[in-house]
Design a protein around this ligand. Sequence first.
Ligand code: ZN
Length: 220
Amino acid sequence: MKNVEDLVTGFRRFRSAYYGERRELVERLVRQGQAPKVMVVACSDSRVDPDIVTDCDPGDLFVVRNVANLVPPYEEGGGYHGTSAAIEFAVRCLHVEHVIVMGHARCGGIRALLGDIRFEDGAGQFITPWMSIAEQARREAVAEHAAENAESLAVACEQAAVRVSLGNLMSFPFVRAAVAAGQLRVHGWYFDLDHGELHGCDPDTGRFGLLAGGADGTGE
Ligand SMILES: [Zn+2]
């Protein structure tokens, strides 16, 4: 568990690594600007930092994190569309080649959607309507996995929510156009915290299969 002083100490280590040993990387990023090829939509959960999970460097990933790594549907009109703004910037300005929606095991947002976490003292004012984006995933998981234990139901809902987000991603006209032009690919990932495994969503079947991890430690 870290406190704020530890974070400042951590910054010193970061500075030593990237402004010392790897100075050329920082200089290039400063001089040329960022040019990430990959955007990741990840959960705010402290255990699923996409930069750490994928062992990336500064400049590699353009990341937006929110509760339960949800992509809202495309909407015109007002509102503070933070996630949509990040997707727009990544696809239309940075011209990323990949967008990855990375779900994960033991997601608190999904547990709230399933009613496993109940809010008290008025909390949930923002979380509940936000999680309604994944209502279709909840219904699907309950319909198909209600007879199983709570863990299986949660996994099914977490993975179904990734599929909902992938569908919503394609509701953005500029995403659809970039995919149709072969300039952009979208991916659904699922990080299994319990077993240290990364799973990928098959675009044809919607089922998740092992990408890396597994019994031999590589999944290859
Ligand atoms: Zn989460």
